[in-house]
Design a protein around this ligand. Sequence first.
Ligand code: NOJ
Length: 760
Amino acid sequence: MKWRLAVSVAVSMALSPALAETQSPFGHHPLTPQARDAFVSSLLTKMTNDEKIGQLRLISVGPDNPKEAIREMIKEGQVGAIFNTVTRKDIRAMQDQVMALSRLKIPLFFAYDVVHGQRTIFPINLGLASTFNLDSARVVGEVSAREAADDGLNMTWAPMVDVSRDPRWGRVSEGFGEDTYLTAIMGRTLVESMQGKSPADRYSLMTSVKHFAAYGAVEGGKEYNTVDMSPQRLFNDYMPPYKAALDAGSGGVMVALNSVNGTPSTADSWLLKDLLRDQWGFKGITISDHGAIKELIKHGVASDPKDAVRVAINAGINMSMSDEYYSKYLPELLKSGAVSQQELDDATRHVLNVKYDMGLFNDPYSHLGPKESDPADTNAESRLHRDAARQVARESLVLLKNRLNTLPLSKSGTIAVVGPLADSKRDIMGSWSAAGVADQSVTVLQGIKNVVGDKATVHYAKGANVTDDKGAVAFLNEYEPAVTLDKRSPQAMLDDAVKTASQSDVIVAVVGESQGMAHEASSRTDISIPASQQALLAALKKTGKPLVVVLMNGRPLTLVKEDQLADALLETWFAGTEGGNAIADVLFGDDNPSGKLPMSFPRSVGQIPVYYSHLNTGRPYNADKPDKYTSRYFDEVNAPLYPFGYGLSYTTFSVSPVTMSAPTMDKKGQVTASVTVTNTGKRQGATAVQLYLQDVTASMSRPVKMLRGFRKVNLKPGQSTTVNFPIDVHALTFWNARMQQVAEPGKFNVFIGLDSARVQ
Ligand code: NOJ
């Protein structure tokens, strides 16, 4: 599937090379590594140590650093890059100051959290992963880069490729879920599509993969917590996505706030030098996460701020995000010899290198163009890419249950749309919604109205607050007003909703989490739908009307009760600017859902971690022949409520037994596993066919199943297609007990199916 990108006015106003040359104080240089090294080496010889230190500072404009203070820093060469400034006007003003006021005129670069869109907000990444479609990821990457570069930005703090198997962690919403392979391939595709041929191109954006390393494995899913794991697990399960993003050319790495095996990543020279630079050959920049350098004191690996700077720069942190410590303490540390000149020069070189790769020395205004081309209205409708957003959002929706074909609904009669999230423009955008404007997003209520037009009557009742828990509300509203409590009493809201539902033919209840409940610093121990909304669902159920539950949330939730209550359950994550339209397309059958879960949905918090690719034990539990002395809970089944890779359709598919092109393969060879997939239902539909492998007997225990390929197929009723999965040695390698990367000869099981539990 391909989408065309809308071409904004600024495309035709891209700078001609001639103009670019005249605007650069440095002349024009070819974008090759050789030319870059020569250029940067020569520039370094002209810089004072203070100017070098200035290049290592990444500043966020805000109350701590007002624009006037930044102007002074720019004048003194005391800032290398800016983040959180997102309009061409503001960016141009700062770059103008560099050109007018600073001695060496080294351009700033501008960065932002463009995590799932810039102005057009796409589904959160957990939703993007649910598409199991790399074309969707490519569209998201290209559109996000285009819009961000059109705003003057040069870099994004994305993709976030932290594998996570703990839905208590609020940041699972930002990543691609529990699986190493899916996360790696999604991350790689985003890097390729955002950086394009070169981050210097007018509409490309340099990426900064994060959070290095293993942030998704924080103990207990508690934000900023410790990570402790075996090197085998680290390298087999958590490292591959970072490596894939770097192999795809990501220019930046954001370093994680957590420690791994006792050493904070920000202080880990093994991680940032031995592994990242020496073994993986990374040439870009490392950036500390917000405030991470001073946090080294609380981690207990630095005695005071000066010591923290010494530890961080010596560990390999090139650029410091949002603190003044590098500029305050590096001069003394250099003088005392605690930080060597070489260390400072190396860090500065990395920063200058990426600026060179961004094309900023050829044209500091390369993502700005001439002033006259600035959009009159930054938030203009014409700057959005709604068609692409609607298409990706449709593909991200996962149908979890559909009793007696409750869905699709017919566009007739009276429909009750109920729930605190049904008409929330803000929540549907999800966390990290960049420069997205809530007013421009389409809610579920609006989407349903758009799609049914005058064919049906639509009534709305809020029914409940997102939560009535005062502590939770205070927490969610601590930094900004995010959740509002209705003036009516909970009972009055409930009564209103029941009345509305009773007068309708069907109920669409939109429930789940508010945007802020699945965000940075939003860990939960209870991952059920909040009590206020559970009460609403129970009351709605009593009306006896068909109950369609539309879930909006940024993590797997425990949904045993809802699974029993609902006639149909549609997981929509936070679907973005066009979310409401896309959800309505699926509810009314204009589109057939095809999303698959990128994380297992536990039955209860006590099951966590529950993930499909676990190791076998010596006493595996067998559900068909349960035995006491096997690996199990006695008060809960082992299987999740919905497994990884699961998702229904309005049609049905069959998968033939797997055939292999050959029964054996040698190390340099390849075999192909094939199945025939048939649409056995009555509607056209798409599904993600998934390949899993198992290394049956190896020198160490290997997962019971590992995803190693997927293909989305779209079939008409009765149509069949053969899906081939080539398998070579790369699919079989792992880090063994001696930390050698090996592929061991032996027997491998090959499974193909439509989710991780139902395989052939
Ligand atoms: C802290 C977050 O951990 C990181 O992901 C983000 O990029 C930075 N803040 C900047 O906003």
